[in-house]
Design a protein around this ligand. Structure first.
Ligand SMILES: Nc1ncnc2c1ncn2[C@@H]1O[C@H](COP(=O)(O)OP(=O)(O)OP(=O)(O)O)[C@@H](O)[C@H]1O
Length: 310
C-alpha cells in the first residue's frame, strides 16, 4: 500500500513524439508532469487528439515515452501491470467474437495469479445475465462492460479507463458509473478519459484538462470550471452597440428585448462595471457548465497539434 505522501503515479516532463507527416515531428504528449494519489478519482478531459490515449498508454507501459519519466507504484509501468496492480479498459484491444462472455472472463482470469472469482466479476460488471452470449452478439455497451469485467479481474489498486462508456446509452452509462462509484468507494484509484463533460462533473473530484499534448488545467473539477471563469451575466438594459463595445471581459452577448445575456470570462468584473458604470438593472449570474469552461479554455488554441508543430 502506498502512503498518502507517496503518489501512486508520478509523471515528470513526459513526452511522446510522432512523425508529423511533413518530415518533422510533433509531441502528442508534450512535457506533462502529474502526480496521482491513492484513492483519487480523476477525469482526463480533452478534445480529439489532445493526447489522452497516448498518456494512458504510457501509464500502462503500452507506449514508450520519448522523454521524461513515469513511475507507477514506485516502479516501471510494466512491472505494475505484471504485478496485477493495474486494471485497464482501453479503446483498442479486441475481444474474440466467438467466445461467450463467461469464457472470455475465464480465459483472462487464468492469466492472473490472484484473479477475483469469475462469477463475482460478472456480477460486479453487470453481465451475469448475458454470461452465455457470444461476444460477437453483444452490443457495444455490453462489450464495454465485459472489458470492464476484465479490468477488475486482477483486483487492481489502480483502474485506468479510456472512454469507458463509449457505445453505451444513457441508462447503461448511468449504471456503469454507479458500479464504478462502488469500486472507487472501496479504495481503488481511478483514472478515466472521457469526452462526456458531465461524467467528469458528476464522477471525478479532480479534472486534468489536456489540449495539444499539454495539461492546460488541473485541479478539483469544480475549481477547473471556476478557474475558467466562464459565466453568463444577464441584465435589463436598453444598450447601444457603443455601450456594449465598452464592456470589459465580454465574450459574446444575446438579447431578448431589453434583457441582455452576456457570456464573460470574468463575471465579477463585468457585473461590477454593469452595476456601477451603466444603468443596467436586475442582474443575475449563472455559472457556465464545464463544457463551456472547456470551450473557453481550449477555444483560442483550436489548431491540430500536427499543424501547430514547427
Ligand atoms: N502511433 C501514432 N503515430 C502517429 N501519430 C499518432 C499515433 N498515435 C497517436 N498519434 C497522434 O497523437 C495525437 C494524440 O492522439 P491521442 O490518441 O493520444 O489523443 P486523444 O486525446 O486520446 O484523442 P481521442 O479523444 O480522439 O481518442 C493525435 O494527433 C494522433 O493523431
Amino acid at each position: 500500500m502506498s502512503t498518502a505522501q507517496e503518489p501512486i503515479i508520478g509523471i515528470r516532463h513526459l513526452r511522446r513524439s510522432y512523425p508529423d507527416g511533413a518530415g518533422g515531428t510533433f509531441d502528442a504528449v508534450d512535457g506533462v508532469s502529474l502526480d496521482f494519489a491513492a484513492g483519487e478519482v480523476t477525469a482526463v478531459l480533452g478534445p480529439n487528439g489532445a493526447g489522452k490515449t497516448t498518456l494512458m498508454d504510457m501509464i500502462l507501459g503500452l507506449n514508450t515515452p520519448s522523454g521524461g519519466d513515469i513511475r507507477v507504484f514506485g516502479g516501471s509501468p510494466r512491472q505494475a501491470v505484471r504485478d496485477g496492480r493495474i486494471g485497464a479498459l482501453l479503446q483498442t484491444g479486441g475481444l474474440l467474437p466467438d467466445l461467450t462472455v463467461k469464457e472470455t472472463v475465464q480465459i483472462i482470469a487464468a492469466l492472473h495469479e490472484q484473479a477475483l472469482p469469475v462469477d463475482e466479476v460478472l456480477q460486479t460488471a453487470g453481465i451475469s445475465e448475458i454470461a452465455g452470449r457470444a461476444v460477437g452478439k453483444c452490443s457495444g455497451g455490453q462489450q464495454q462492460r465485459l472489458k470492464f469485467a476484465l479490468a477488475l479481474l486482477p483486483r487492481p489498486d489502480l483502474i485506468i479507463l479510456d472512454e469507458p462508456t463509449a457505445g453505451m446509452d444513457p441508462s447503461a452509462r448511468h449504471e456503469f458509473w454507479s458500479r464504478m462509484r462502488t469500486q472507487a468507494a472501496a479504495g481503488s484509484t481511478v483514472l478515466f478519459a472521457t469526452h462526456y463533460l458531465e461524467e467528469a462533473e458528476q464522477f471525478a473530484r479532480r479534472t486534468v484538462l489536456m489540449h495539444q499534448g499539454r495539461v492546460i488545467a488541473d485541479g478539483p473539477t469544480a475549481e477547473v470550471q471556476r478557474r475558467a471563469g466562464a459565466a453568463h451575466v444577464a441584465v435589463t438594459w436598453s444598450a447601444s452597440e457603443a455601450d456594449l463595445a465598452a464592456l470589459p471581459h465580454l465574450l459574446s452577448h444575446s438579447s431578448h428585448g431589453e434583457r441582455i445575456t452576456f457570456r464573460t470570462d470574468d463575471a465579477d468584473r463585468l457585473a461590477r462595471h454593469l452595476l456601477t458604470a451603466t444603468p443596467a438593472a436586475h442582474l443575475t449570474v449563472r455559472p457556465a457548465s464545464l463544457e463551456e469552461a472547456f470551450v473557453l479554455l481550449t477555444g483560442d488554441q483550436e489548431t491540430d497539434p500536427k499543424e501547430g508543430a514547427r
